[in-house]
Design a binder for this molecule. Structure first.
Ligand SMILES: Cc1cc2nc3c(=O)[nH]c(=O)nc-3n(C[C@H](O)[C@H](O)[C@H](O)COP(=O)(O)OP(=O)(O)OC[C@H]3O[C@@H](n4cnc5c(N)ncnc54)[C@H](O)[C@@H]3O)c2cc1C
Length: 327
């Protein structure tokens, strides 16, 4: 403990009951495993020094990001030391010309996305926990969200990682280029490894221009099976939505109970909803995509389609809204 305190300083080594409890659980059920101490390093060199001590003394180490994980990865099941990445909270460099960002792992995902958006840059992976999960946690769990259908998950956007290995050695796993086919693909080995192979201390992500337009469609279905069948048919029509979420009746009911009221009517006969988003740079082609999707949906027993960015449509056929009016 004295050695660890020397590395991170007194104020960044937590041993109080409340701190241990706070770092003894994540969002996985009601599980609690108390570590013996929590260290908050502030640099790669400090992480390396901590890992060297723990490696030598065979002290179990658990890395922790935002603690939003649902797979128990941040639970210190063997006690020992929790390394919290909370202080690694700086976006280091945004390279607009090469569409890349270099960031520390403790930056909250949404903060990173919003900062990039202000510069017209887009980092697509959007886990629902983006308001409090860290980008390092996202990398370590290979997180994804509704936009995965078009843009993929975290693994599709990571170029390079700085990692402290269990013995304290510091490595870079790849290179900051789009094409890098030499040697082992250590970057992808590290992505999704849930802190079992090392501590990620710096991340280089590739970016793209932020789409200037998007359109959302909310579609009720009379059966969950029809909703699922419609998904495949949308892709077969040649349109790739930028977001696609399926919600069955139970989930809709729980959501309604939670939020109180909904901006769209939910009818007795609605068994499921699909939330469909298209995005891009040309609004006319997005309307054309929505027309195509609507034509597909008509074949799958859907109810009235809502386009929240526009007024609800009047049904063209018996039970389905099909005429797209511009706002
Ligand atoms: C309400 C809610 C909604 C969610 N929605 C989604 C979703 O839409 N999509 C999705 O994929 N997940 C979702 N999740 C799960 C969770 O948010 C993600 O797995 C997220 O990526 C975890 O990030 P975190 O920073 O909270 O990591 P933590 O929970 O702190 O850690 C997760 C794992 O990553 C490791 N780790 C963290 N930082 C590092 C690092 N720097 N180096 C090495 N290892 C590290 C930890 O050891 C652990 O194994 C959701 C969770 C909740 C509670």
């Amino acid at each position: 403990m004295a050695e660890i305190r020397d590395v991170v300083s007194e104020s960044c080594l937590l041993t109080s009951e409340s701190a241990l409890r706070e770092h003894g659980h994540d969002e996985t059920e009601d599980l609690l495993y108390l570590p013996e101490a929590v260290a908050l390093p502030g640099s790669t060199a400090e992480v390396s020094a901590l890992m060297k001590i723990c490696y030598r003394e065979r002290i179990p180490v658990t890395v922790r990001g935002g603690g939003s994980g649902l797979a128990g990865g941040a639970l210190p099941v063997k006690g020992g030391l929790v390394i919290s990445m909370k202080r690694f909270d700086r976006i280091l460099h945004i390279d607009e010309r090469n569409f890349q960002v270099s960031t520390q792992p403790g930056v909250v995902t949404e903060t990173l996305q919003n900062t990039l958006k202000e510069m017209g840059l887009f980092y697509p992976p959007d886990p629902s926990s983006r308001g409090w999960s860290f980008i390092g946690g996202n990398v370590s769990t290979n997180a994804g969200g509704p936009k995965a259908v078009k843009y993929g998950v975290v693994k599709d956007h990571v170029l390079n990682l700085e990692v402290v290995l269990p013995n304290g050695e510091i490595i870079w796993t790849g290179s900051n280029t789009l094409k890098n086919s030499t040697g082992y693909n250590l970057t992808q080995l590290l992505v999704g490894s849930e802190g079992t192979l090392g501590v990620v201390t710096q991340i280089v992500l590739k970016l793209q221009p932020y789409p200037t337009h998007n359109l959302l469609m909310l579609v009720p279905f009379h059966s969950a099976e029809s909703a699922c069948a419609a998904v495949a048919a949308i892709f077969q029509s040649g349109v790739t939505p930028s977001g696609l979420e399926f919600m069955e009746r139970n989930a809709i009911d729980w959501a309604v109970r939670y939020v109180g009221e909904t901006p769209v009517p939910i009818r007795e006969e609605d068994a499921a909803h699909l939330l469909i988003e298209v995005d891009g740079f040309h609004i006319d082609s997005l309307y054309a995509d929505c027309e195509t999707i609507t034509t597909v949906l008509e074949r799958y027993d859907c109810g009235e389609i809502f386009l929240p960015t526009m007024k609800p449509r009047k049904p063209r056929c018996g039970n389905c809204a099909a005429t797209l009016a511009r706002p």
